[in-house]
Design a protein around this ligand. Structure first.
Ligand code: UD1
Length: 389
């Protein structure tokens, strides 16, 4: 068992200790600002638990390095396998962990299997759970993340919410008002912080972030390009679902070269089926955070099925077309720069065309997406754990 990290100097070892859970790539961006806020605040001790759900260097370690997250205190190595296998392995490992080293609260983020697994274990052990990014609902029960969100929110004690729809959903589901905190979005804290770091880099360092494929796309498009990410099982696991999307991308790329960092799940289907994306869709390995930020923040359009990227593009005012039938993040549509295309190739192509032509508003940043969400979370946690100033 490691000693709890004392937040700030002079910790006395008796501060309430929270354990932060991170497992998959989209968790790391949410944990980084919370760690910074805990360090700055100093009222709580903390530890970082990595479940190992994501394990490739480019899906995990590189984010710790670039986002300045300290090495985890424990690492379970529970990646791969089916949903049940992965969830069960994480639950077993986390149960042993909290039995040996009981925290005063557990903080989970997002909607991945690690979020679900650790929430169930903590709650059964009688440890309060704080859910960051609570209350989001797509209404789509075929989406594994929707199940994870609903179960996590049915068990959590603190709900840290990113947008008003989340507050409404939690109220409708009967969650107690006293536990609901509309704090804004730690994902935005992170992107704002990292965009500043990117600005502070010298030109040479920034140029070095671009791979050869990116440079090819840039020169093909005379500096204009689009960015693609796809990894939702409903889009990429079944070749019959992926083929029409691939067709739409190929058609869009005739007007605008596309750069496509390929998630391991998607890589598998592309390799098995040999789907043809044409010469102007440039495939890359999963990108480190800074190289990817450098790429998408200046894109003419981002085409994605990611949840986080819908929000990050809204935060920086980059046009986004979402290749899904629904979104659990509706504020990106009503206030932000996102358009929901579904998976019909003609509609994807039309919305991409409009975005590329500059025909869609760039939107604005929603209330409290101001880079300060993690501080609000730490304030509420510290008060909740008896550490009011
Ligand atoms: C998970 C999350 C999803 C999130 C996504 C971001 C769940 C249910 N899904 O989906 O919400 O948007 O992460 O990436 O938790 N793999 C590797 N290397 C890695 C990680 C995964 O090769 O570092 C491969 C493995 O074969 C694995 C497969 O990708 O079985 C899928 O990984 P998994 O974590 O199960 O789900 P994701 O599709 O990544």
């Amino acid at each position: 068992m490691t000693a709890p990290r004392e937040a700030g100097a002079g910790g006395d070892g008796r501060k309430p200790c929270v354990h932060l859970v991170a497992g998959a790539r989209p968790n790391f961006m949410k944990i980084a600002p919370i760690v910074r806020a805990l360090q700055a605040d100093g009222r709580l001790a903390w530890k970082l638990v990595h479940t190992g759900q994501h394990y490739d260097r480019n899906m995990s370690d590189v984010f710790f390095e670039e986002l300045g997250i300290p090495a985890p205190d424990v690492h379970f190595g529970c990646g791969g396998g089916s949903h049940a296998q992965q969830t069960a392995r994480i639950m077993e490992a986390f149960e042993s962990h909290v039995a040996a080293d009981r925290p005063d609260a557990v903080v989970v983020v997002g909607d991945v299997n690690s979020t679900l697994a650790c929430t169930i274990v903590a709650k059964k052990a009688g440890i309060p759970v704080a859910h960051v990014e609570a209350g989001l609902r797509s209404g789509d029960m075929t989406m594994p993340e929707e199940i994870n969100r609903i179960v996590t929110d049915s068990l959590s004690d603190w709900f840290f919410v990113t947008e008003p729809s989340g507050v409404e959903n939690l109220r409708r589901e009967g969650r107690p008002e006293s536990g609901i905190f509309y704090v804004g979005h730690v994902m935005v804290d992170n992107v704002v912080h990292q965009a500043r770091q990117l600005d502070a880099m010298g030109d040479a360092a920034r140029v070095a972030l671009a791979t050869d494929a990116v440079k090819r796309a840039l020169s093909e498009g005379g500096g204009r390009y689009g960015v693609v990410t796809l990894h939702r099982p409903s889009n990429v696991d079944d070749p019959a679902a992926l083929a029409p999307i691939a067709g739409a991308l190929k058609a869009i790329a005739e007007a605008l070269p596309l750069v496509f960092p390929v998630h391991p799940r998607t890589r598998g289907t592309l390799a098995r089926t040999g789907l043809d994306l044409g010469p102007r869709v440039h495939l890359l390995d999963p990108q480190p955070y800074m190289a990817f930020l450098h790429l998408w923040k200046d894109a003419a359009v981002v085409l994605t099925d990611s949840g986080g990227l819908q929000e990050e593009t809204t935060a920086l005012g980059v046009p986004c077309v979402t290749l899904r039938e629904n979104t659990e993040r509706p504020i990106t549509l009503t206030e932000g720069s996102n358009q929901l295309a579904g998976t019909d190739p003609a509609r994807i192509a039309e919305l991409a065309r409009r975005a590329i032509a500059g025909e869609v508003p760039r939107g604005r940043r929603p209330a409290l997406w101001d880079g300060q969400a993690a501080g609000r979370i730490v304030e509420a946690l510290a008060r909740g754990l008896g550490q009011a100033r």
